[in-house]
Design a protein around this ligand. Structure first.
Ligand code: ADP
Length: 397
């Protein structure tokens, strides 16, 4: 029996069919531009060629039906029928304060996910449509919801409260939630396993640095703080998101540029971050190339990004009363050795010492600090789909 992992974004649906015993990926697919014209599906089964086909997908329901056909029909199929799927794990963006861990999907769970829609109006409704479509196709198959926010629900009040009138928290649940929870949880646990140390007795900082980036402080096996907030806009500088900005600057800019609040948010989400500062790209490889050619703004984008990562790590060292391990993960964290080195050099005061040879290696779990380093520094490739598959199996048994 296989485990199917489904991740519905606002206009996309990603899926992976995983063998839970060997943890092998049997098939992988991505449905894009759902609800817009020219929607397409990219699909590859184990040992097969990657194929791309155009297919109309007005909603996530059609995407789920196409996924079923790809997985079961000749020649793309890898299973005879969906009866070979023993369990489905769905990634859900927001679990609010209701979900502190993954949950078996029942009508009650669906109602609770619906209650969280106001907190993630683009993502949670998409997940719900995807889940309901899967339930129609596989009514007997147990399904699990794995939330991006759940891992951070252990944060203490002092970490999650904003300095706003308390009634906004009471009435509307406006607070820090944090995201990338599956990644932070998976990577921090793997780091403890790699170091052969007790996860429940460690102070770990996880740097998930990708197109979207967040840092978390994981103390004694629980998230105690994280850089993303009520939405994924807070915290670090990202590919196109601004991260922390003075809200007063927003009012000033809206007046100057005659922007509505939605237009301002669009600037903060899509035109800011390293793209906004560099004016080159949101892709770190392009920015590094431009910086090497002497582009000042590209260099400024990289320096500002690095500085903010260092600042958050320093803050979390203070928050936890020290750090045992720093872990780098996601696109930039896993691949950009130069960035890791710069960050670690600026943290030398913590007794961090990087092993240049280990830091230069790519693609696998790696301890990149020297034996003398007071803090262990690791690279752990994140694998959110596998983490979701494991959670799913753990819940359905
Ligand atoms: P997402 O948040 O979309 O999941 P990823 O974790 O895939 O993003 O990270 C994407 C980012 O990783 C891109 O900005 C890309 O430039 C960066 N990246 C990938 N490979 C490298 C590399 N070798 N060096 C530097 N940056 C890289």
């Amino acid at each position: 029996m296989y485990t199917l992992v489904i991740n519905c974004g606002s206009s996309s649906l990603k899926f992976q069919l995983i063998n839970p015993e060997s943890e092998e990926v049997m098939a992988i697919g991505l449905c894009e531009r759902i609800g817009i014209e020219e929607s397409k599906v990219t699909y590859q089964k184990k040992g097969g060629e990657k194929s791309v086909l155009l297919a109309p997908m007005p909603t996530h329901k059609e995407a789920v039906i196409i996924m079923q056909k790809l997985l079961t029909d000749e020649p793309s199929g890898i299973i005879k029928s969906l009866k070979e799927v023993g369990a489905v794990g769905h990634r859900v963006a927001h679990g609010g304060e209701i979900f502190t861990s993954s949950a078996l999907i029942t009508e009650e769970t669906l109602k609770a996910i619906e209650e969280c829609c106001a907190l993630a109006p683009l993502h949670n409704p998409a997940s719900l449509t995807g889940i309901r479509a899967c339930m129609e196709l596989m009514p007997e198959t147990p399904m699990v919801a794995v939330f991006d926010t759940a891992f951070h629900q252990t944060m203490p009040e002092s970490s999650y409260l904003y300095g706003l009138p308390y009634e906004y928290y009471e009435k509307y649940k406006v607070r820090k939630y944090g995201f990338h929870g599956t990644s932070h949880s998976y990577v921090s646990k793997r780091a403890a396993e790699y170091l052969n140390r007790d996860y429940e007795a460690m102070k770990i900082v996880v740097c998930h640095l990708g197109n979207g980036s967040s840092i978390s402080a994981v103390k004694n096996g629980a998230s105690v703080d994280t850089s993303m907030g009520f939405t994924p806009l807070e915290g670090l500088l990202m590919g196109t998101r601004s991260g922390d900005v003075d809200p007063g600057a927003m009012q000033f800019l809206m007046n100057k540029e005659n922007l509505t609040i939605d237009e301002m948010l669009d600037v903060l989400n899509r035109k800011s971050g390293v793209l906004g500062i560099s004016g080159v790209s949101s892709d770190f490889r392009d920015i590094m190339k431009a910086a090497a050619e002497g582009n000042h703004r590209a260099q400024a984008a990289l320096d500002t990004f690095t500085y903010r990562v260092v600042k958050y790590i320093g803050a979390y060292a203070a928050a936890m009363g020290g750090i045992d391990a720093i872990v780098f993960t996601a696109g930039v964290g896993e691949n950009d050795g130069e960035m890791r080195k710069k960050i670690c050099h600026q943290l030398a005061f913590l007794g961090i010492d990087v092993n240049d040879e280990a830091n230069a290696k790519r693609g696998s779990e790696q301890l990149i600090s020297t034996a003398d380093s007071k803090v262990a520094v690791l690279v752990i490739p994140t694998n959110e789909e596998l983490a979701i598959a494991r959670e799913t199996i753990a819940l359905v048994g």
